[in-house]
Design a protein around this ligand. Structure first.
Ligand code: MRU
Length: 338
């Protein structure tokens, strides 16, 4: 992605590897500060994923892949490293996929971690090309959370088709849900769209109903953290209600994700583990507490949208309806085969 780094336009990724150091953009500081941090061991990687210095399913997977390579170079016990990395966040399937993929290439961990990440970048680019096919000129698109280059090493998942559509000369407008409580939309998606010169406005999370009712939204594109075999999928809390609204108003609702987000070991969305984060994220805005001391809060980080609301899954292999996902299954183990 193109960024303005110390006054100079640079092309960088959300995460990369300079053996034995993992480098990543600290996403907690954006848009105020673009800072690259160094991850020097597995404990530091665990902290970076858990505290969301890096976030977004494919980027978490990429960081985890590098983590196994780094643990190998540092002479750490690989089983312990894998256990710790996998315990950092429970919902994004890419994390588990990436760790198992690199571990399955014993003795070649660095080489295969790099291969994994290159393939995520290529997959994101193809998602962009495939998704562009369903975006018409003059479309107003709603997106939720951040499913851009920051979340997917480069290009993005939900934002990749939008980038390509803009490159091909289509006129677009993006409604950006702010995405409480961590504000990934207001902070990260808006920042990426601004860097790319894509026209957009941030809206409060509860504004979408009004915009749908006034016919100001043509389609929805979101990312995913885990997709079950039947097409039920987990994404950032608040996604489900946008899907119901799109359905009610007869608008298309697409989910953009690489194969590494599909968990074919589970039948439906009820089996997807949902992360619960600190209540302080809800009780605070930024660093300031806004709720009464005596009130407690509940903070599930993801919700599960039933497959019936999904028009199609935009993947690197094409676009699939929920009832066509069995055709994707054969690709899901491509990495893990000997
Ligand atoms: O909690 P986060 O910020 O990691 O959640 C991210 C999302 O929900 C994204 O939409 C999802 O990971 C897809 S990213 C390409």
């Amino acid at each position: 992605m193109k960024v303005n780094l110390n006054g100079k336009i640079d092309d960088i990724r959300a995460v990369w590897y300079e053996s034995p150091v993992i480098k990543m953009i600290d996403q907690r500081l954006l848009p105020k500060e673009l800072k690259i941090i160094d991850i020097r061991n597995t404990q530091e990687l665990y902290n970076a994923i858990k505290d969301m210095a890096i976030r977004g399913a494919p980027s978490i997977g990429a960081a985890a892949a590098y983590g196994i390579a780094q643990a190998k170079v540092l002479g750490e016990d690989l089983d312990n490293a894998a256990r710790l990395i996998k315990s950092s966040r429970p919902t994004a399937y890419d994390l588990f996929y990436a760790v198992d993929y690199v571990l399955s290439h014993k003795g070649q961990e660095e080489e295969y971690a790099k291969k994994y990440v290159e393939s995520i970048v290529e997959k994101s680019r193809k998602i962009g090309l495939n998704g562009n096919e369903v975006i018409k000129n003059q479309t107003r698109i709603l997106t939720h959370c951040n499913a851009g280059a920051l979340a997917s090493v480069d290009y993005g998942t939900a934002l990749a088709p939008i980038r390509i559509a803009k490159e091909t000369g289509k006129k677009l407008f993006v409604w950006v849900d702010e995405t409480r409580p961590r504000l990934q939309g207001a902070k990260l998606t808006a920042w990426e769209l601004l860097q790319e010169g894509i026209s957009h406005k941030i809206i409060a999370d509860n504004a979408a109903g009004l915009l749908f009712s006034r016919d100001q939204i043509d389609m929805v594109i979101v990312g995913a953290d885990r997709i079950a075999s039947n097409g039920d999928f987990a994404n950032k809390i608040g996604t489900y209600e946008k899907a119901v609204l799109a359905h009610e108003h007869g608008k298309e609702f697409y989910v953009a994700a690489p194969i590494t987000t599909f968990d074919f070991s589970i039948e439906d969305g009820s089996k997807i583990p949902i992360e619960e984060r600190s209540e302080d994220e809800v009780k605070k805005i930024g660093s300031e507490f806004i709720a009464p001391d005596g009130s407690s809060a509940y903070n599930p980080a993801f919700d599960v949208t039933p497959n019936k609301y999904v028009t199609g899954f935009i993947t690197e292999y094409g676009i699939f309806k929920p009832n066509e996902l069995n055709r994707l299954k054969k690709f899901s183990k491509e990495y893990l085969e000997p």
